[in-house]
Design a protein around this ligand. Structure first.
Ligand code: FAD
Length: 258
């Protein structure tokens, strides 16, 4: 059975960053990631804040991110943009850079540090004893680790297996997020109505990032293209004051996410 001092489950931003940190400290670390590549289905997070850029600078890799994105004043308080250009830091700004690029750059750095990534492997169970953890992978493989770290996202299998709860409050709002192609150019930006905030932003390749607040909470099924389409149509909700520019037919997008 292959052994490592530390096995990290999940090769998203958190797992990749931790793997880089441990490798710099000369710890024998490996990542298990169920995705076969670093590709993401959607655009997800849109950038980095100043403090994150500072941390990346301390690791000597800030320029890799800065050269691929667009610096801008993005810090906000209660919806107001704060100009932090006079804050005493080498990076008094944020960086607009989509998460797929952030992950690609982090994975490149982790690769240079020779961290093994077991791709296309899903952790299905863990067994802990006095000296470490057996990590079961789908397909009958397993790994042994002195320490296991769950960086496997909000629905973490590792967190649940370790009996760690996910306390918090019930949601007060629900949004649909999707990357789509549109037949007409919409009016860009953020608008607010009685339901909440809705936003349309430009993505690479002419696609559009939608963030639409839903009128009701409590959906349990995966959202569909029809759900998304209905939220865009003026008049489907009496209180919806979206402008006519949003009455747009959708071409097949990525699966929307709630
Ligand atoms: C649709 C969407 C839009 C978002 N928009 C924004 C935004 O605008 N701004 C923002 O700041 N954040 C946004 N986020 C949140 C951001 O994407 C997350 O905060 C970030 O990805 C968390 O990183 P992570 O590494 O902790 O987890 P994840 O990115 O979830 O990575 C977890 C990794 O673990 C892997 N994994 C999970 N289970 C297993 C298993 N059992 N075995 C092996 N591998 C496993 C997954 O494949 C994944 O690669 C968005 C997220 C989504 C889903």
């Amino acid at each position: 059975m292959t052994k490592h001092a530390v096995v990290i489950v999940g090769g998203g931003p958190t797992g990749l960053m931790l793997a880089g940190e441990l490798a710099l400290a000369r710890v024998d670390v490996a990542i298990v990631e169920r995705r076969v590549s670093q590709d993401l289905a959607g655009s997800r997070a849109g950038g980095l804040h100043s403090r994150t850029i500072e941390v990346l600078d301390q690791r000597g890799i800030a320029d890799r991110f800065l050269s691929q994105g667009q610096v801008a004043q993005v810090a906000r308080f209660a919806g107001t943009v704060l100009d932090i250009s006079d804050v005493p830091t080498r990076h008094p700004y944020g960086l607009a850079l989509w998460q797929n690029h952030i992950e690609r750059i982090l994975a490149g750095w982790v690769g240079e540090l020779a961290v093994p990534i077991y791709r296309g492997r899903e952790v299905t169970g863990i067994e802990q004893d006095a000296t470490g953890v057996d990590v079961a992978l789908g397909g009958g493989e397993s790994l042994r680790a002195e320490y296991l770290v769950g960086c496997d996202g909000g629905r973490s299998v590792i967190r649940k297996a370790a009996g760690i709860e996910f306390p918090g409050w019930d949601p007060t709002t629900s949004s649909l997020i999707a990357d789509v192609e549109m037949t007409e150019q919409p009016e860009w930006g953020i608008r607010r109505d009685a339901i909440g905030m809705h936003a349309l932003g430009k993505l690479e390749g002419g696609r559009v990032r939608l963030m639409l607040t839903e009128p009701h909470l409590g959906h349990t099924s995966e959202p569909t293209l029809r759900d998304l389409s209905e939220l865009l149509v003026v008049g489907s909700h009496p209180t919806n004051s979206m402008p006519a520019a949003l009455r747009i037919k959708l071409r097949p997008p990525s699966q929307p996410t709630r």
